[in-house]
Design a protein around this ligand. Sequence first.
Ligand code: NAP
Length: 276
Amino acid sequence: MSNVPVAVVTGSNKGIGLAIVRALCKQFQGDVYLTARDPGRGQEAVAKLQEEGLRPLFHQLDIDDLQSIRALRDFLKEKYGGLNVLVNNAGIAFKVQDTTPFAVQAEVTLKTNFFGIRNVCTELLPLIKPYGRVVNVSSMVSCSALKGCSQELQQKFRSDTITEDELVQLMTKFVEDAKKGVHQKEGWPNTAYGVSKIGVTVLSRIQARVLNEKRKGDHILLNACCPGWVRTDMAGPQATKSPDEGAETPVYLALLPSNADAPQGQFVSDKTVRTW
Ligand code: NAP
């Protein structure tokens, strides 16, 4: 088994994920895994970084596929005996002009952006080593979507005692309400992406709280963040930040020094903790 520290970035064959891998290759003392659901796209991205003189490693990972997540888990356990840094970056968004029915957008978006990340966390968080760092890439949109929720939902999502099961029930209810065409009547905002990112931010708050309760002595820090508005296939060419600039806050959180005890369970943008 290798004692080398290891970092994994999900959805890193392009966009912000690729830029996070690039920065970690330069700044993280250890092995950095670029992961992709499609091995061809993943290997192409690895080759691109190799041309820049960097040495990322590759592992397949489709966060929609539990078997794929478990294969990565078993690999990390066997080769490294755990994991030091996990960046949950993979995500999807329907374009604004997409005419796919809202109910379908809700189901598909939540499947990857919330349930996918949650499955990755369920399988990989137990592997995180002492002083490990976990970064869940959410979005500022989670804050605006929260403000678009009914007072009752806002209270639940801001609660310091909400459990992961309760959050899963709420995210499931959103998809069901969307299918019945009653999501707005039930107090949800009219944005599947926004609700999925509320899920990511609240999940991060819950997971950090559980780490504080169950693994206090391990000094693991887990936070959600917004990379900013970044020029990628998702956000388009008008966005204000380059992918490397978008990687800055996620990488800052992934490399918080071992003597840091904060931020923990926060939503962070431009390296600054934001009020949830
Ligand atoms: P992007 O260019 O579309 O890249 C998304 C990445 O996620 C791709 O590598 C994609 O792989 C991967 N992915 C999607 N579904 C996956 C799955 N099931 N399993 C594994 N990988 C999967 O988007 P981006 O702008 O870099 O976004 C990265 C993250 O930042 C997302 O979570 C996004 O919501 C968040 N974010 C972005 C912005 C922005 O302005 N760009 C703002 C706020 C938050 P494929 O190539 O195979 O599709």
